[in-house]
Structures are given as C-alpha cells and as structure tokens.
Design a protein around this ligand. Structure first.
Ligand code: F0G
Length: 448
C-alpha cells in the first residue's frame, strides 16, 4: 500500500471549540496582538509548538501509574536511566523540569563572561541562557541555508570551516563547548547529517572543546539520516540515534519533544567534574538528582516515550505528514523553508509579504491573520523573537505529535491558501511594550 496512515487509533478525545471571526478580533485586541497571550480555549488548531503538546500513548499512561514518587532513589529514575544509557551511552544523566532548565545548569557551570558558544543555530532559550551567563552565542549555519528555497538534504548542518576559523581566531580556551541542535529548529527544522556531526566532533576534539547535542528532536533527525544519508537505509532509527550520540560529550534534551512527554528534560555528560557541579546546582533549583524537578510518573512517561519515538512506522508517518502540509501549500504558491522540516513548516513571510518591512514583523502579521481568519495559532520566528540576530522572517506551524489528523491539516492548508489570495491586505505591527529577555512571549503590539 502507498497510503501512509496515522499509526494509531484514538481512544480518548478532546473537543475543539469554534469561535467567530468577531470573537477572535476581540481576543486579539485584548491580547495586544500577541498569540501567546490568547487563551487556549479560543484556539481551534494550535500549531504554536510541538513542545509538551503530544498525545501520550496507552503505554505511557500505564507507566504514569507505575511512577515511584520516592524523594530519593526512585525506581522511575532507574527505569529512565536504563533507557537513556542504552540510547546515548553518556556516563551521567540528570533529569530537569524541561530543556531550558538543563541549559541553564549546563551554561551556569561551563560559561564565563567573554566565552563563546558556537552552534549550527541556537534555539531562543539556549541563546538567552548563554547570554544570561555573560557568554556569546554564535550561529554557524551553512551559507547555502540562507536561501530558504534551496533544497538541501541536510540544511541543518554546521559550517565546519567557519567553526575551525572561529576556534583559530578566538582560541579554544574561550570556547567552553560547541553545540549542534538536531534537528535545527530555528533554521527550519532541518536535519544534521551524521557526516557533519562527525566532522564537527573532529574539529572540536582537535581543539579540546567538548561537543554537546541539543537533542530535542533526535529521533526525527535520525529518520532523515535513514532516508537521505548514503549507507544508513538499513539501519534502525535507534542505531542511527546511538551513533549520533556517540560523537557527543553530552547533551541537553527537552522530553517535551521527541519523548511525547508533557513535561521534562535531561542533561547528560561524560565529564565527572562537570557532572558534580551540575548536580550541586540541580539540587539548589530543580531537586534531588533522582527526580530533578519532575514527578516519578513523569520520568516513567519519558522512559516509555524515548522508546516509542524510535518506531519506524511512527517516524515515517511523522515526517511524511509534516511534508504533506508543506507540499500542499508550497506547490500552490506559498513560499516555505524548503525542504519541509521534521516537526514544523515554516512560511517565509519576508518572501510572501514583501510589502511589510522586517521592522514591522511580517511573520507576526501572518500569524495574526491566520488566527483571525481560521482560529489557527502559529508562531513568528524572526525579528520579533530574535531582534537584530534574526536571519529570516518566518511563521512556524509546529505540529504536535499524534494529535491532529489529516483533515485538521487539510483545514490548515485551505486557510493558508485563502490568506495567500489576499496577502496584499495584510499590515505590519509595532511593539507597544516588551521585556528585555525573550520579548516575544509577553510583548504587546499594535497594527501599524
Ligand atoms: N532547544 C530546542 C532546539 C528547542 O526547540 C527547545 C524548545 C528548547 C531547547 C527548550 O526546551 O521548552 O523544554 O525548555 N522549543 C519549543 C519550541 C519551546 O516551541 O520550539 P524546553
């Protein structure tokens, strides 16, 4: 059979609530045109994020009931550790309440003012946590990736020559670690090849710089490798993931992505001394090292999710269904970051709305219009999120795992094509007020 179906059936449902255009217009005004400030009950299809929004499986809910809530030495921790050990091979692992908590601890231990942390592309919380510790976050994507229309197999790769040049120029002693984000979220959900991970590791090792993976979407990345990188077609996603981790000295992980958990994160490393310092900080703000800010039941849900996410039938469906949304809008004239990524489709709003200058946030203008038109929530990834550091003006439509069916996605396709028909009518936005860090979460805006 050629038709690829959702590899699950639905056991428990959650009703969706329709709203009228007039209601949505009112909610927008009340929220200062910031979609983060709109109540979820007023959203029809929520593509704000794929983070913490997955549907858990029957096995995960069963695991939740097995959770051991002991303060210290919980069975749940050892079940999780066993799975993480087998997958990553890292010597040390601590849980954290989510990805950015792991980042905060990692960078607090490793970064000093004046340090530089290179990555293929840092995610916004990663960048903010590095900069909060006085260090500089530097993105080294492939030069070709600047063209949203270029169809490269591994557009998420790091520019290895640029990494080499940075280490030569700044000196390795100023670079406490390098990172690779797999898949490259801020760069369009694009994968990183095993050859690139290996090449980055080789350069890092030569300079004595540890390499960390921001492994949020490691399984989706592994599937792209299986599909696109010569030599891996017969490998299981798990074996590919193991090989990805084998080149790294540690990782941060948000279990809210490729572990189908609603909360949770991990911090792993091979360095005994770093691990000791991390544990000290963990106890200060997250909790005892065998629960790290989570309940025992969360640890069990993550342990099961980490195995389920590597099921080839699931990953095939996941990547094909994201591509379905991408192709159905791109092939009818809506410019997206090509090729479609793993967890999300990114509309190139700068290209779609050339009449809105970047200071007026074209990606945000599109996000507001899609909500007004059809109750769909996406998120701007551009100048509103990253300020001066933004390289693109995108609207990201992130797809929660195992949550929406193909007819939901058909509705999204129809809405986007309708907005595209009258795109000249869209207007830009200006900021009314905003906080100094991660301003997109709480800024208030008004139409220009
Ligand atoms: N790294 C990457 C690549 C991410 O995408 C995220 C979160 C984090 C780190 C932080 O993890 O949310 O558990 O603290 N990304 C979400 C998103 C929020 O919508 O892309 P967290």
């Amino acid at each position: 059979m050629r038709t690829i179906i959702e590899p699950f059936r639905i056991k428990s449902v959650e009703p969706l609530r329709q709203t009228t255009r007039e209601e949505r217009e009112r909610y927008l005004a009340q929220a200062g045109y910031n979609l983060f400030l709109i109540d979820a009950r007023n959203i029809l299809i929520d593509l704000l994020t794929d983070s913490g929004t997955s549907a858990m499986s029957t096995e995960q809910w069963a695991a939740v009931m097995r959770g051991d809530e002991s303060y210290a030495g919980s069975e749940s921790f050892y079940r999780l550790k066993k799975v993480v050990d087998a997958l990553t091979g890292f010597r040390h692992m601590v849980p954290a309440h989510q990805g950015r908590a792991a980042e905060r601890i990692l960078f607090a231990v490793m970064c000093k003012p004046g340090h530089i942390v290179p990555s293929n592309t840092h995610f916004d919380t990663t960048r903010a946590n590095i900069e909060f510790n006085g260090a500089r976050a530097v993105d080294l994507p492939l030069p070709e990736a600047a063209d949203t229309q270029a169809r490269l197999d591994f557009k998420g790769n790091m520019d290895v020559a640029a990494l080499e040049a940075l280490l030569e120029k700044e000196g390795a002693e100023r670079v406490p670690l390098a990172m690779l984000t797999v898949t490259n979220n801020s760069g369009g959900g694009q994968p990183v090849s095993l050859a690139n991970i290996e090449a980055v590791k080789r350069v890092c090792a030569r300079h004595g710089v540890p390499l960390y993976l921001d492994a949020c979407r490691f399984a989706e990345n592994a599937w792209f490798i299986r599909e696109r990188e010569p030599g891996y077609q017969d490998w299981t996603p798990k074996r590919i993931a193991q090989k990805m981790f084998s080149f790294a000295d540690g990782c941060t992980f948000s279990a809210k992505k490729d572990a189908f958990a609603n909360i949770g994160g991990l911090l792993c490393s091979n360095d005994d001394r770093v691990f000791q310092q991390e544990t000290n900080l963990l106890i200060l703000t997250e909790g005892f090292p065998t629960y790290g800010g989570l309940a025992g039941r969360d640890l069990d849900a993550i342990a099961v999710g980490l195995e389920e996410v590597l099921d080839p039938d699931y990953l095939r469906y996941r990547i094909v269904s994201t591509g379905y949304l991408g192709r159905h809008i791109a092939d009818r004239g809506v410019p997206i970051v090509e090729p479609p990524g793993g967890h999300a489709i990114y509309i190139d709003a700068a290209r779609m709305l050339p009449h809105i200058p970047r200071e007026q946030f074209p990606g945000h203008a599109l996000a507001v219009e899609l909500y007004r038109h059809a109750g769909i929530r996406g998120v701007e990834i551009g100048s509103l999120m990253f300020g001066e550091a933004a390289r693109y003006e995108l609207l990201r439509l992130a797809i929660p795992r195992r949550v929406y069916t193909q007819s939901h996605i058909d509705y999204v396709v129809e809405a986007i094509l309708e907005v595209n028909e009258r795109k000249q009518e869209l207007r830009g936005f200006e900021i009314v007020d905003a906080p100094p860090f991660l301003r997109h979460f709480s800024a208030r805006l008004r139409p220009v």
